[in-house]
Design a protein around this ligand. Structure first.
Ligand SMILES: [Zn+2]
Length: 375
């Protein structure tokens, strides 16, 4: 179970962006590796805080986190995912690049910390794809094999250490200022921070020694995903040249409409139309579920507007255990035209006491039922 991002930073869910920034700054200083050398626990806390801040400082990511929790970024969860997903997290270089806006950029922050000196790994760009899923696939989870176009280092490409920065990826300058000696560093403009340049490359590769390739990626999608959710398959984006880090594949979930079922959160709804005669005499009907058809019994005397609840026939929750229900809404269909004989029959019944409406407590109005359902 991952720790709550708000708890990590020690702020409430109502905290303003300024409060979140302040809380993160405090944690970053407390657990900074320069202050806690060789302290694995501090480094762990440092990374956790950075990860929490990365999400909570971004309005869009924060909204997703508030709605879906950690699932919003990892899709993870128990089982389901297998190798590709999960992990995520940030490496130290990501964290230091985040410091720009926290500590006002530049090197030597607060005089004490070195800040620079770490190689900025070049990261391959992320790839984005959309996956359209049927309700059945969403309800049961599915493995999708999808062709993606990825940039990979071409076979035969070799890299050598950049001679401009000696492989550090950074050009460091020492300046004397009124505050004392300050060290500033900037990414090397020859290797763009990777510390490496091309040694040899095949003729068909691009300037960075890369080739566009088509690859089939297998994506395990857990049950219960929601339209608009984004899953991350780590390391299946574009590769980076040299010793860079491969980007990720971001999978945007879309939901195909179902012909007879409507989804509402983890619950499903189905409108069932039955004839006047079936309502009076009782019947059984076959309806769609996300796991095939089921036959349901309709009692004689059923009222239009009645809702039959089929427990656990909805969508499994992605955030917790449990499964939603399938709610079958009964609609009694009144014939629009009648034959002469039918007219005579109903005329005869018009005065019949049995045909007079006598609603009882359990025949609640539609609005009362809807209210009950969500209370
Ligand atoms: Zn360089």
């Amino acid at each position: 179970m991952k720790e709550d991002f708000y708890k990590i930073l020690g702020v409430s869910k109502e905290a303003t962006s300024a409060e979140i920034k302040k809380a993160y700054r405090k944690k970053a200083i407390e657990f900074h590796p320069d202050k806690n050398p060789d302290d694995a626990k501090a480094e762990e806390n440092f990374k956790k805080a950075a990860e929490a801040y990365e999400v909570l400082s971004d309005a869009d990511k924060k909204a997703k986190y508030d709605r879906f929790g950690h699932q919003a970024f990892e899709g993870g969860g128990s089982g389901g995912f297998g190798g590709g997903f999960g992990g995520g997290g940030m490496n130290m270089d990501d964290i230091f690049s985040q410091f720009g806006d926290i500590f006002g950029g530049g090197g030597g922050f607060g005089g004490g910390f070195s800040g620079g000196g770490r190689r900025a790994h070049v990261k391959g760009s992320n790839l984005r794809i959309r996956v359209k899923l049927s309700l059945e696939e969403i309800a049961n989870g599915v493995e999708k094999k999808i062709k993606v176009k990825r940039k990979k280092v071409a076979q035969g490409t070799t890299y050598k250490t950049c001679t401009t920065c000696n492989g550090s990826g950074q050009i460091t300058r020492i300046q004397n200022t009124i505050l004392g000696r300050m060290q500033t560093s900037a990414p090397c403009n020859v290797c763009h921070g990777s510390g490496q340049t091309i040694d040899k490359k095949p003729a068909n590769a691009d300037a960075n020694g890369m080739l566009a390739t088509e690859e089939t990626v297998s994506i395990k999608i857990p049950a219960g995903v929601v339209e608009g959710m984004q899953l991350k398959v780590s390391g299946k984006g574009n590769e980076a040249p040299g010793n860079g880090i491969t980007g990720d594949l971001l999978v945007h979930i879309e939901e195909k409409p179902h012909p007879t079922l409507q989804r509402e959160g983890d619950n499903l709804h189905h409108d069932l139309y039955i004839s006047f005669s079936d309502a009076a005499l009782g019947t059984s009907k076959e309806i769609d579920t996300v796991n095939g058809k089921v036959r349901i019994k309709i009692e004689s005397g059923v009222q239009s507007g009645k809702i039959l609840r089929l427990r656990n026939k909805g969508i499994p929750s992605i955030n917790s255990y449990g499964t939603g229900d399938l709610l079958v809404h009964i609609n009694v269909w009144t014939p629009k035209e009648l034959t002469k004989e039918q007219k005579e029959f109903f005329n005869k019944m018009r005065g019949d006491d049995n045909f007079e409406p006598k609603p009882e407590k359990e025949d609640k109005s539609f609005f009362e039922k809807v209210k009950d359902m969500f209370s």
